[in-house]
Each structure stands twice: as C-alpha cells, then as structure tokens.
Design a protein around this ligand. Structure first.
Ligand code: ZN
Ligand code: ZN
Length: 320
C-alpha cells in the first residue's frame, strides 16, 4: 500500500467503489447540522413543554461558536501547529497498520480514546491548552447546545500532537483524525442533563452522569472524568469520580463567565493568559504561566474552591 492510499483510507474496506473512510467523512460533515437540529429540539422541549428557564442567549452563543468555527475559521485557518509533528511521526512510523480487519479498527478506536484521555487531561492541567478548552466549559448550564462550544483556536495550540504516538505506531493520520471526529460525535448525547445513570454501562462507557461530573466546577468534581468514549482510563489513572446524590453539579467555570458574546467566550482565556504572562515578574514565572496548571491563576477561571460540606448542601435544599 502506498503512503498516499494509506493516508486516504488506511486500507479500510470499500463499499460500492467508495472508500469507507469517505463515507465516514460524509457522516462527520453532516454531524454539526444534525447536532444543531437535535439541540434545538431539546431546547424547545425544555422551554415550551417542560416550561424550564432555558438560557437562549447561551444557546445562540454556542451556535455562533460552532458555525463560526466550522464555516469561517476552518475555511481560512488551514494550518495546524501539530501538522509537522504528525507528518514526522508518520514518516518514521514503526509499522504500517492496514485497517482491513475488525481487530485493527477496534485497536484504533481504543488507542484514539487513550490519546484523547491525555489530550483532555492536559487541556485541563496546562494553561496553554486550557485557554481554548475553557470555552467548552464556559456555559453555566449543561445541555446539548453546550456540546458544540469548542472555540476557534484549537488548531493553533498543537493539541493534535497527542495523537502522534498512535501515528508513529503505524495508524494512518486520516483514520486517526476521523476516529477523533467520531469520538466527539459520540460525546454529543452525554451533554443531555436529563439522562439518568445507565446501570452497567457506567462501568465501561463515558455517560451523561460521568460527563455531568466533568462539567461541574464543585471542588468535589473538578478535573475529573476526562474520558471520551470510555471511562476506563479515568478508573485506571485515578481521575474517576462518580456523581453523588448529595452534591448537585454546579456547571460552568469556577469563576463563572457571564458573557454570551461569542468573541468574549472565544478569547477570554487567551486574554487572561496574556495579561498574566505580561505581569509575570520573571521569565520562569512567565513560562509557568503558560505551561503550568490554570488553577495557579484566579483569572484563568479554574482556581479550586473549598469543598461544599454535604450538610451545607442539605441546608440549601427546600424543606419538604
Ligand atoms: Zn473538559
Ligand atoms: Zn462536554
């Protein structure tokens, strides 16, 4: 197999003369319009039928973020900081892994989720990556519309390099990034706040309950449950916390962002990072400001707060 063909379909079986990968790309192309349609139905159901106080301003901010990224930023920003690293890894790969068996596809999906776990963990613990990822956590409500809030600067951070080990092993970059797209697509449904715990699925898969914990800024839940499709890597590496009945999730950043302006949402993390780097008293402090954890800086919206004692939470609950 030539490198070109490997990059294109990775040896995936073709149906009707069309590479399977092309079909997956088509699915991903229609994923955002589909997600917007379903998120809008959820919003209408919650607002009109359930008569909940749905935050439409936050909905339109998420919509502007998603449409701006997909149809404007992606069209003009074709470069990616990680591209040279990905290219280098693939040129010097250890093996060439054809994706023509179910085993190879399963290993790719699990391997991609493993890399996603570390990408996501770094996105919370390294302020350079947090500056973009904070956007996903900036909504003060959890709903399906919040799922497509990612910001516009992801390609400029080099975060794609987290997939380089998989590519160095021999998985072609095209299928690896398609798997990454499908991983994000999987995560759409876990932003539905109304989905309860799902029995034995909670042991293996990332579920709505686990992702509620991930989006919560309570000290009990902060920086937990980084998984994409699976929750097993959180369980293995000590970052798993299960949702508690006595600690209701408080969504949004630790220092809540109250603006619904898509530009404020998109760049507030970078503005705070630049401000803190500018004010740093030494080059070492400046460097730590960029590669250190975001909770060292209150303006990063990530400083931990003391845990809420269960008794205090109980006191806030309305009396029967
Ligand atoms: Zn996150
Ligand atoms: Zn999320």
């Amino acid at each position: 197999m030539t490198a070109d063909r490997a990059l294109h379909c990775g040896g995936a079986p073709c149906k009707n003369g069309r590479p399977a990968v092309t079909q997956l790309i088509t699915i991903l192309k229609f994923a955002l319009p589909g997600a917007i349609a379903i998120a809008t139905l959820e919003a209408l159901f919650l607002a009109v039928v359930m008569r909940k106080n749905y935050n439409w301003r936050a909905y339109f901010a998420s919509l502007a973020d998603a449409l701006g990224r997909e149809y404007i930023v992606m069209s003009f920003l074709t470069i990616s900081l990680a591209a040279p690293i990905i290219g280098f890894a693939y040129r010097h790969r250890l093996f060439t892994i054809p994706l023509d068996t179910p085993t190879a596809v399963v290993v790719l999906v699990i391997g991609q989720d493993f890399c996603y776990y570390w990408f996501h963990r770094a996105s919370h613990r390294v302020r350079w990556f947090w500056a973009t990822h904070a956007i996903h956590h900036s909504s003060n409500e959890l709903n399906l519309a919040a799922s497509f809030r990612f910001g516009w600067t992801g390609r400029l951070t080099g975060a794609g390099a987290f997939y380089a080990p998989l590519i160095w092993l021999g998985f072609p970059p095209g299928p690896v990034f398609i798997a990454a797209g499908l991983n994000l697509l999987y995560q759409f449904w876990i932003h539905a706040e109304w989905i309860p715990k799902l029995g034995w699925l909670e042991y293996v898969f990332n579920t709505a309950s686990h992702h509620r914990v991930h989006h919560a800024s309570n000290a009990e839940y902060l920086d937990r449950n980084y998984g994409g499709i699976f929750i097993v890597f959180d369980r293995l590496f000590g970052t798993f916390v299960s949702e508690r009945d006595d600690v209701p999730c408080r969504y949004g950043l630790v220092k809540p962002l109250l603006s619904n302006n898509p530009f404020v949402i998109g760049f507030h993390g970078w503005a705070a990072l630049l401000r803190d780097a500018w004010r740093a008293r030494s080059w070492r402090e400046r460097l730590m400001c960029i590669i250190g954890p975001p909770d060292a800086h209150p303006d990063a919206g990530h400083a931990p707060t003391p845990a809420t004692p269960p008794r205090q939470i109980a006191a806030l609950e309305p009396a029967e």
